[in-house]
Ligand binder design. Sequence first.
Ligand code: ADP
Ligand code: MG
Length: 463
Amino acid sequence: SGKWVQVLSIVKEFEEQCGAPTEKLKQISDAMEVEMHAGLASEGASKLKMLISYVDKLPTGDEKGLFYALDLGGTNFRALRLHLGGKGKGVVNIESEEVSIPPHLMTSSSNELFDFIATSLAKFISSEPEEFHPPPGRQRELGFTFSFPVSQTSIASGTLVKWTKGFSIEDVVGEDVVGALTKSMEKIGLDMRVAALVNDTVGTLAKARFSDQDVIAGVILGTGTNAAYVERAHAIPKCQGHLPKSGEMVINMEWGNFRSSYLPLTEYDHALDLEGLNPGEQMFEKLISGMYLGDIVRRALLKMAEEADFFGDTVPPKLRIPFILRTPDMSAMHHDTSSDLKVVGNKLRDILEIHNTSLKVRKIVVELCDIVAIRGARLAAAGILGILKKIGRDTVKDGEKQRSVIALDGGLFEHYTKFRTCLESTLKELLGDDTAETIGIEHSNDGSGIGAALLASSHSHYL
Ligand code: ADP
Ligand code: MG
């Protein structure tokens, strides 16, 4: 019937616009490399901030002692205590506690947010047995993972550039986030110092490096997306003045803000961007990360409901609510293996209040999930190729098989299987068999928190 012709034509057009064939991905990775150079040359020269992390020594595996981490990412934060055994002993023990951030704090004031965090941290520590108390004259040391763009001024200080991922607390922008946390800790008498302020990508890289010295980058695919990698100090013109002894510096790319005319954008992406908190910004992130994928699917479904009566002659009202379809629900539908796509039917019913959907309709919903997830995963692979190109690890040089490992973490990578497998196969496709053999992908589980505690140790005050 006419309805189905229209539905299929909308799907087909969407699929074409989302297409990211090999050639396009290579152009995107080239554009990424160009922007990386520009961002390293001078402040503000690129959409990629290429932030200097001040992490110039990564964990060696020999770290020893008790260190803490606080991981503030998106939807929740975690407090961790890491017991490191020293040379050859690795991580002896990890204890952690997760606290969800009350949504109103995400748009409140700096004081409220950091007081809440400090109080939760104090609770975590209050249950510690005597043996964990620091010796007299020594403070507990904390790695603070703060996964928003920060312009660092040292390993343990930095000012917030802007909020992303739904946070918006104006009075912190331009302020030192370590200062804000320290003030809140002092207020309640919490005896702890921040030894390292790190981005989650840097933590992910550090945690993986602890047990594998071939790790060269950390990538986050969670609520948002970002990457950090190890750059040669002399390839960072804007780093002049503090050339590190190691000759290396970890760069936090803030790749979520990458943008290129080669990116496959659709009308739904433009609308999502314009109607969001930060129009014009974080475009790469809006195509790839967990905060947005579900909403792109919702927008395509809404258009099909409006223009092709996809769900009958009325538009289901819930379909108009932004972010009502979350990426974990999209993922559940995408992985539905039942013959009648029962999971899809249930999600449509429970979330969107759309009842009695036919198998034909459900199949199309799965197709939309596939289009959106595959595009995101392929773009993330192109980003990784951009990094490998920048540091000359995208080809095998005269038989020399230098191994390079990319550490990944984040809820999207961890739980969205089709996304992850597509990312991995796309990277192989882009690199070719010979080079692909030299590139490893590793899940750096809990890297953002554990890595921060490890970096607190590498950059301890008491070394
Ligand atoms: P954050 O990025 O906030 O630090 P996580 O790394 O835990 O936190 O990532 C959480 C994000 O991962 C969620 O916002 C969601 O988009 C995505 N996610 C979580 N579970 C799933 C799932 N089962 N399938 C797909 N995506 C998921
Ligand atoms: Mg996180």
